[in-house]
Design a protein around this ligand. Sequence first.
Ligand code: ADP
Ligand code: MG
Length: 227
Amino acid sequence: LEEQIRQSEKLAVIGELAAGTAHEIRNPLTSVKGFIQLLDRKYEMDAPEKEYFRIILSELNRVNDIIREFLLLSKPTDPNLRVIDINSVMEDIRTLMTSDALLHNIDLEFHFSEDPAECEVDVEQIKQVFINLIRNAFEAIGLNGRLSITTRVLEKECEVLFADNGPGISNEAISRIFEPFFTTKEEGTGLGLTVSYRIIQNHGGTISVDSEEGKGTTFKVVLPLKK
Ligand code: ADP
Ligand code: MG
């Protein structure tokens, strides 16, 4: 419990920080990026400086990604709620993610509950969570694998399971994956799961993980059904 309190205090601080500063950082960043692109045009294609510009721009994009996720962290305070069948949200997600799955030769399977999974949610935020979980699974798998997504309707809640056959998560990492900035990726922000945790918590739901190294990982999102 103490750990949970520590975690949620940390998240609250991050949320405030996000709301206050993200926009302020984004504007100057956009202007820096614009001028760098202008400078970049002044060099011939084979100039060694081209490589520096490529690195600068890719690092600026990385900062931009972090800021975007910061803004998402501050958003859940005013969710735009409506009642929707989670299966229909998942249909949209399927359309969004299919080309990525094909590109990486990942078998993306969906198993939808027979009963509608009607929940009162901010659709954009819930989509963000599902996309984060699917991206993470794709990144973990790399090439050739399987991600199976299942929705289930229980008495008072609906469950969404994301089961991949990627490399799994080590025991020491698993206790930290929801922490802000925890990442094992070269290009990671370590904010995807932090944001997701926050969004699901704000919806009165839970998000949990079960993983075995060498076998795969399953994330479970539970959302209350609309009565
Ligand atoms: P990021 O994707 O930027 O690293 P996240 O918060 O989305 O940040 O994820 C944190 C870490 O959790 C990842 O770096 C990775 O180590 C681990 N992780 C998340 N999902 C999976 C998965 N499906 N399989 C293996 N590891 C995962
Ligand atoms: Mg991620």
